[in-house]
Design a protein around this ligand. Structure first.
Ligand code: SAM
Length: 334
């Protein structure tokens, strides 16, 4: 059933980007200087159709994938995304999640829950309205994202909150984020700013180490480390001593976890990548559309890619590698 790569890592998770478009222009992800009004996004026909995504997802499930995350761009911009969710929810033994900026979540939450989504992750970098509007760079108010979170929770969907922390930009608000979601049942995960892509001007100085984030929050709300829930869990979890829940930190820069990385990623146009920092992908769409591959052939090709995998970019990262050309986060999905 399952396949292990050269470093012994099993294939367990699949992230599927369903669009390269986004309604935010987060300065660290899709800066307006690059993704401005005249930026050419992919034409619709270039995107994998829902049927193509479902077929590929079933093959991945047959190779051991147990969790699929829909991402983007902004996945809620893809028309009828709930139809895709219900198609994927029909695949047995699969956890099905989606990462969103939350802008359209209040409108979509009930349909997503009804379609069979297991959980939703909402990206929210700051509770301070001015900071949030400046980071999303489309003047989107934080209150509307909070309303989306409430709407999702109101339908019974479990919610996680992800915050990317950049020094001097939003790091002053990490304790406020922790305070806001303590006791709510929604775990907040703080993510170190990564050198994804080539357009965000990443510098090591911008990274707030996860250890510092834990220390800052722990000095206000005492914390203790919690056990990893499963192999390959990217977040290190910490529990509030007073029982008000937990936070997570994703220390991909200061404490890389390539050794436990069980994730494959598919871009909106159907390229398969085995690392967020990859430069080249495998064209699954050509296999599906041009070569008319059977499921067995798809299985063979994907398992071949995984069997040959030996990437571990984050463990090898230096200031120099950070400047090498890489694909953008908005293309491959977070
Ligand atoms: N639009 C959706 C959203 O906002 O969640 C899904 C796509 S977005 C690319 C996924 C996640 O990647 C977001 O939480 C975003 O903050 C994060 N992200 C983007 N660039 C990043 C970077 N350089 N370092 C760390 N996280 C990043």
């Amino acid at each position: 059933m399952g396949v292990n790569d050269i470093l012994g890592r099993p294939l367990r998770d699949l992230r599927i980007s369903v669009t390269d478009r986004c309604n935010f222009r987060c300065t660290y992800c899709m800066p307006k200087s690059v993704f401005g009004r005249d930026h050419a996004f992919m034409p619709r026909r270039e995107l994998l159709s829902f049927e193509e995504i479902e077929r590929v997802a079933r093959v991945f499930a047959g190779l051991g994938v147990r969790k699929i995350r829909l991402t983007g761009g902004e996945p809620l911009l893809r028309a009828q995304i709930e139809s895709l969710v219900s198609m994927l929810a029909a695949i047995p033994r699969l956890e099905l999640t989606l990462t969103t900026n939350g802008a359209l979540l209040a409108r979509k939450a009930a349909a997503l829950r009804d379609a069979g989504l297991t959980r939703v992750t909402v990206s929210l970098d700051s509770l301070d309205d001015a900071t949030f509007r400046a980071m999303n760079d489309v003047d989107f108010p934080v209150a509307d994202v909070l309303a989306g979170i409430d709407a999702a929770a109101g339908t019974g969907l479990p919610v996680k909150v992800n915050a990317v922390v950049r020094r001097g930009v939003n790091d002053h608000g990490v304790v406020d984020l922790a305070r806001c979601f303590r006791g709510s049942g929604h775990a907040v995960r703080f993510i170190e700013f990564m050198d994804v892509g080539a357009t965000n001007g990443w510098r090591l100085d911008d990274v707030v180490p996860a250890a510092e984030i834990v220390e800052r929050i722990g000095s206000v709300f005492p914390l203790e480390p919690a056990e990893a829930a499963y192999r390959g869990e990217v977040a290190r979890r910490f529990r509030y001593l007073d029982g008000a829940g937990e936070i997570g930190v994703i220390a991909s820069v200061t404490q890389p976890f390539c050794g436990d990385c069980t994730r494959a990623r598919i871009s909106a146009e159907g390229k398969l990548y085995t690392c967020l920092f990859a430069r080249r992908g495998t064209d699954l769409r050509a296999l599906l559309r041009e070569q008319g591959a059977s499921d067995a052939e798809l299985h063979e090709r994907i398992s071949g890619v995984w069997l040959r995998r030996d990437d571990r970019y984050s463990e090898l990262r230096t200031e120099q590698t950070a400047a090498t050309p890489k694909i953008e986060m908005s293309y491959i999905g977070g």
